[in-house]
Design a protein around this ligand. Structure first.
Ligand SMILES: Cc1cc2nc3c(=O)[nH]c(=O)nc-3n(C[C@H](O)[C@H](O)[C@H](O)COP(=O)(O)O)c2cc1C
Length: 347
């Protein structure tokens, strides 16, 4: 009998889905100097669509030059960048696979080498600890966003979203996790503001909620997924401070403003110890779509669906290593394990 993971189903917001397999966002750093999507990138996504992924979330796509922090990642703030993705969205749609563009603002996880010489921005003016492995320099001291600049950042997200939709994407995933800009507002250990965007839980969540509300109003609930990472491992297991209070505040607020799709990530941690644990709490107060996972076995993924914790399952590294992932799980063929050398090639 076919696994529930592989059976088609109707998702209330995403429409008809070939199955429940989602390729999760993975930065690959193969964009060109103008931050365009290349033919090589197109072929990489096309191959996964051809091999029956239901939904592809692209690598993080930077919304504005001031939002970058990485080598050779794609951007989405001008018409050429938007045009450059059209071949990819068309190629993916040929196989009835849906594709969402992940919109990304790195905030202070950056260096001014990547932001055109100006300091990156954040909820704080304190630099991130450690070395930026992209250029082996310490992270730059960020500029703390003023209230007027916060509105400008919202506008960057909207403009970038419009360009992505023009390029043919089915929707947008907003990256609110993994320590990047929006997470820098959520996190009380980073956010040291004393205005209405810092301090209390309500204030720290304000940036995320205002931005989501604008995006939902502009694009509609079928086109917006929010990716959060309340518990994750990025150089050590980490939970949002005041985890339960944060969840009990932000999830109902996102519901109230009309959000319907959440992607709950744990970066690269053990799912059950991190996001899987959070999802069990979130499910009690969130009746809509939850996407999640991290290298789950097929049995584990099936259980998560059957127990109504997840609606669709994300896989990252397995899909990177196995473009024919769906076929392999259908026929019980052993998966190739990811190894870091694979990051040097795009295939
Ligand atoms: C090479 C690589 C790049 C990644 N880039 C992103 C990214 O751009 N945006 C994002 O939200 N997550 C990113 N992630 C995290 C993945 O989306 C995923 O959550 C993580 O790999 C755990 O899933 P897995 O165990 O199935 O790989 C990346 C992961 C890898 C391995």
């Amino acid at each position: 009998m076919k696994s529930i993971i592989l059976k088609p189903y109707q998702n209330e917001f995403l429409g008809h889905m070939k199955n429940r397999v989602v390729m999760s966002a993975m930065s690959r750093s193969f964009s060109d100097k103008n931050h365009l999507c290349t033919d090589e990138i197109m072929k990489y996504y096309e191959l996964r669509a051809k091999n029956n992924m239901a939904l592809i979330i692209t690598e993080g796509v930077v919304i504005h030059p001031s939002a970058d922090g990485y080598n050779n990642v794609p951007h989405m703030w001008n018409n050429n960048q938007s045009e450059s993705w059209k071949k990819t969205t068309t190629a993916v749609h040929k196989f009835n696979t849906k594709i969402f563009c992940q919109l990304w603002h790195c905030g202070r996880i950056s260096h001014q080498d990547y932001t055109g010489g100006i300091p990156p921005v954040s909820s704080t003016d304190k630099a991130a600890e450690g070395i930026n492995r992209q250029n082996n320099k310490p992270y730059s001291i960020p500029h703390k966003l003023t209230k007027k600049e916060i509105l400008e950042v919202y506008d960057m997200f909207i403009k970038s979203g419009e360009l992505a939709i023009k390029a043919g994407f089915d929707g947008l995933e907003l990256h609110f996790g993994h320590g990047y800009l929006v997470d820098q507002f959520l996190d009380s250990r980073i956010n040291d503001r004393t205005d209405e965007y810092g301090g209390s839980i309500e204030n720290r969540c304000r940036f995320a909620i205002e931005l989501t509300k604008l995006m939902i109003t502009k694009f509609g609930p079928n086109k917006i997924i929010i990716r959060i990472s309340p518990s994750r491992d990025m150089g050590g297991i980490y939970d949002w401070p005041n985890l339960n209070e944060m969840i009990n505040y932000i999830i109902p607020e996102l519901n109230k403003i009309g959000l319907r799709m959440l992607d709950i990530s744990c970066a690269r941690a053990n799912y059950f110890e991190t996001s899987g644990r959070i999802i069990r709490t979130v499910r009690k107060i969130w009746p809509y779509v939850i996407i999640g996972g991290a290298s789950l076995t097929i049995n584990e993924a099936e259980e998560e669906i059957k127990n109504n914790y997840l609606d669709m399952i994300t896989w990252g590294r397995y899909i990177l290593a196995n473009p024919d992932f769906v076929n392999k799980i259908e026929h019980n063929i052993k998966l190739i394990e990811f190894d870091r050398d694979m990051l040097n090639r795009l295939e």
